[in-house]
Design a protein around this ligand. Structure first.
Ligand SMILES: Nc1ncnc2c1ncn2[C@@H]1O[C@H](COP(=O)(O)OP(=O)(O)OP(=O)(O)O)[C@@H](O)[C@H]1O
Ligand SMILES: N[C@@H](Cc1ccc(O)cc1)C(=O)O
Length: 420
């Protein structure tokens, strides 16, 4: 099967250059690339779509190049941005580039027999280019008219765009040319906001290879959107990151499991490697038994495992289950730390403290009277067990690995007592 058929069936193709030519070319192995600028210290789930695209191509026998924009990250892509970016210091961009390189390397096989993936950093060629050479050899191939007509530039003309960001498209085009020369790279892929930069690269290669038969291609994936109109990949706390120190595997899992019924089939197609038939089966369940949320569970399982591995996925499932059933006592201290990282918490040193006072200290209630009333009415749970005895001290309660007490007041207000 031609990979383009599968990608189209999944809704993963937004735009392509000459589709017929691309289809034909994909009948045999080709080298393709996608670039990622280090504009933060981690990739987020928006990036995951193009990253997984590279993996899909590799699994289909093609050779993917993951390009880290160590050079372009110093300039700033205006695509999809309504205002000028602030420039980040060189050392910071370098540090971020290293981290992103590490993350990218988790998704591709660099030792694969036949079609190993390649990692590149455009600082290698952009960092050493000389301005005369750049303007004479590269700049001459760009017409101001077509540069100004790019959506990324045009949309910014009235608001303002610096020469720096305006020039970005030349650098990305030069990358494509370089990768074409170095590795025989014949296609660039990216999010749909990259279409202008990608076609600018295919144009450059065409101009620089007049007389040769060097056809190159471009393909974009749709930008992921949410049916409720809010931005995909953001939660109240900001972006959903791939770095587990920024978004814990449990929170990551929660993000996917909370997917709206209207979005879940699309996300299964976009973010998992389940077959189209398996996804159709899950789509039917969304129709017939939406309350079971089997599709969401499968989505969360697959994506969490893909990004964080089996163990972290199992942990996330266990924490979610414990929170759902109230069976907190079976959790380990590590799981408690992960699952309750953002609930109100307090350090307690004196174990002779009354539970009533601990409730005030963590902010579950505002007075002793309210604490007693809550307990007596059966609304207070400690590690999943209802506690009504208002004379209990912290010392008398079960602890999780002698370190934590998880308090729940009402249906789902959680608090964490940390014993220090
Ligand atoms: N929601 C999304 N759906 C599909 N692709 C996305 C999405 N978000 C980002 N991408 C891809 O990742 C690339 C990098 O994302 P982009 O730079 O726009 O986002 P960002 O990291 O949120 O912002 P910044 O540009 O400040 O780093 C995009 O050009 C696009 O190709
Ligand atoms: N411009 C791309 C990143 C990129 C950088 C260099 C390239 O050659 C290709 C892509 C982005 O902002 O997402």
């Amino acid at each position: 099967m031609n990979i383009l058929d599968d990608l189209k069936a999944r809704g993963l193709v937004y735009q392509t250059t000459d589709e017929e030519a691309l289809y034909k070319r994909l009948e045999s192995p080709m080298t393709l690339y996608c670039g990622f600028d280090p504009t933060a210290d981690s990739l987020h789930i928006g990036h995951l779509l193009p990253v997984l695209m590279l993996r899909r191509f590799q699994l289909a026998g093609h050779c993917p190049i993951a390009l880290v924009g160590g050079g372009t990250g110093l300039i700033g892509d205006p695509s999809g941005k309504t205002s000028e970016r602030t420039l980040n210091p060189t050392e910071v961009v370098q540090e971020w580039a290293n981290r992103i390189k590490e993350q990218l390397s988790c998704f591709l096989d660099f030792e694969g027999v036949g079609n190993p993936a390649i990692m590149a950093n455009n600082y290698e060629w952009l960092g050493t280019i000389n301005v005369i050479e750049f303007l004479r050899d590269i700049g001459k191939n760009f017409s101001l008219g077509s540069m100004l007509a790019k959506e990324s530039v045009e949309s910014r003309m009235s608001r303002g765009i610096s020469f720096t960001e305006f020039s970005y498209q030349i650098l990305q085009s030069y990358d494509f040319l370089k990768l074409n020369e170095l590795y025989g790279c014949e296609m660039q892929i990216g999010g749909s906001d990259q279409w202008g930069n990608i076609t600018s690269g295919t144009d450059l290669i065409r101009r620089m290879s007049v007389g040769e038969d060097r056809q190159v291609h471009g393909l974009t994936v749709p930008l992921v959107t949410k049916s409720d109109g809010t931005k995909f990949g953001k939660t109240e706390g900001g972006a959903v990151w791939l770095d587990q120190d920024k978004t814990s595997p449990y929170k990551f899992y929660q993000f996917w499991i909370n997917t709206d019924d209207r979005d879940v089939v699309k996300y299964l197609n976009f973010f998992t490697f389940l077959s189209i038939e398996e996804i159709q089966g899950l789509a039917q369940e969304v129709e017939s038994q939406p309350e079971k949320r089997n599709a969401q569970r499968m989505l969360a399982k697959e994506v969490t495992e893909l990004v964080h591995g089996v163990e972290a996925r199992e942990r996330a499932e266990k924490i979610s289950q414990a929170l759902f059933t109230g069976g907190i006592a079976n959790l380990t201290a590590k799981e408690v730390e992960e699952g309750f990282s953002d609930v109100p918490s307090a350090d307690v040193e004196d174990q002779e403290m009354l539970l009533v006072d601990a409730l005030i200290k963590v902010g579950a209630v505002s007075s002793r009277r309210q604490a007693r009333e809550s307990m007596e009415s059966g609304a207070v749970y400690v590690n999943g067990i209802r506690q009504t005895d208002t004379t209990l001290t912290v010392a008398q309660l079960d602890k999780i690995e002698s370190r934590f007490i998880v308090i729940r007041r009402g249906k789902k207000n959680y608090y964490l007592v940390k014993l220090v």
